[in-house]
Design a binder for this molecule. Structure first.
Ligand code: XIL
Length: 362
């Protein structure tokens, strides 16, 4: 607790110094200061290049490590920890007074097979899984507890199949322990840092069927005493879907279950795919002026919905800094900055969108 107070003070001082140095350079974070924090997912290049560093500090006041805090990169083999990438991002945040979202503790992707298999490849029993999960979660959460203010504890545990009898994704973790693995992950994270806000995070979260499943799971677990504080809406959208109404309805639904909602991975691509699947199309349509307008309008529509719910949304994070960095590739045109880190039309649309709502100071 003492460490946290000291860090809070240092962060505050860094904020003051930063604010004095940059008072004339306002960005997204300033435009939205009365609504929610504005975050960005970063890779190592983003925090090494001077232009990109300056852009991050000007526009954003929350950071997520795009890959460097995930299970496999941080613990590729049992007990073998690789902290270099995560440390660099944590230090960048400490030096610049930027808060850090932790992403992510348990996920079926980017997790070492050692976590859930025996040497012969068979699945471990659940006691072994829990012990391995507990050690991993304590190691990473403990290491960054001075700077990480919240964690995506479990990522993407709900199925995409609307007709599935069971709402859960059939991952090895689920196969071993059923939904109890989700509960245990939250319990271990709370043990490791009682002060961090703990999130369940998923994509296609505005889908009417999936959003009900997410809300129901979180509601039931909270009723049992599982320490879930918030729901992360990934927000990997496209220029056609989901509708602003569906996003609005999902936030409304989640707000009856949790008092913290974060939009955790926002991008809007220009083809018809969406969601968090790691396989996707890169050959998007040509970017005409009208596509550029639609893209900007979609961002504006989403931000109007987020502003409407700023009492419960604490943070909106973009998944990557510029189109050049995007996990979806530049052809998908998904972000507010182009390959040269210049503002696109969507940037201005986002800035203007907040004016549609009366400011609500938290
Ligand atoms: C993505 C990263 O952006 C890629 O670099 C990586 O190859 C795969 O993962 N949902 C999530 C994120 O929760 O962690 C994913 O990030 C995108 C989908």
């Amino acid at each position: 607790m003492k460490q946290r107070t000291t860090t809070a003070l240092l962060l505050f001082l860094a904020f003051c110094a930063g604010a004095a140095a940059q008072s004339s350079r306002k960005g997204l974070k300033d435009a939205y200061k009365d609504y929610f924090w504005i975050g960005v997912a970063v890779n190592q290049r983003n925090i090494s290049d001077e232009t990109q560093k300056a852009l991050i500090c000007q526009e954003f006041n929350s950071i997520t490590a795009e890959n460097d805090m995930k299970p496999q990169p941080t613990e590729p083999e049992e007990g073998v920890y690789r902290w270099e990438g995560a440390d660099r991002i944590a230090n960048f945040c400490r030096q610049n007074g930027i808060r850090l979202r932790g992403h992510c503790l348990m996920w079926h992707n980017q997790i070492g097979r050692w976590m859930f298999t025996n040497p012969d490849g068979s699945l471990v029993d659940k006691e072994v899984l829990y012990e391995r999960m507990r050690r991993h979660i304590h190691a990473i959460v403990g290491r960054y507890k001075d700077i990480v203010y919240c964690w995506d504890v479990v990522n993407e545990a709900i199925t995409d199949d609307p007709n599935a009898a069971v709402p859960y994704r059939q991952s090895p973790l689920y196969e071993i322990a059923g939904e109890e693995f989700i509960e245990k992950a939250f319990e271990f994270a709370r043990e490791a840092d009682p002060d961090a806000l703990l999130f369940y995070n998923d994509y296609n979260e505005a889908d009417p069927v999936k959003s009900v499943r997410i809300a129901e799971m979180v509601r039931q677990m909270k009723e049992k005493g599982v320490p879930i504080d918030g729901i992360g809406m990934q927000g990997h959208y496209n220029i056609y879907e989901p509708s602003a109404q569906d996003v609005d309805a999902a936030i409304e639904r989640f707000s009856h279950v949790v008092s913290h909602i974060h939009v955790t991975e926002l991008d809007i691509r220009v083809n018809r795919e969406m969601g968090g699947q790691l396989k996707f199309k890169r050959d998007a349509a040509a970017i005409t002026d009208s596509i550029d307008r639609v893209h900007a309008d979609r961002y504006a529509a989403m931000f109007r919905v987020f502003c409407k719910h700023s009492d419960v949304i604490d943070c909106v994070t973009f998944w990557n800094l510029s189109d050049r960095d995007s996990w979806l590739s530049e052809q998908n045109y998904p972000l507010l900055f182009d390959r040269n880190y210049q503002k696109k039309r969507a940037y201005d649309a986002v800035i203007k969108a907040r004016k549609s709502y009366r400011k609500r100071r938290k």
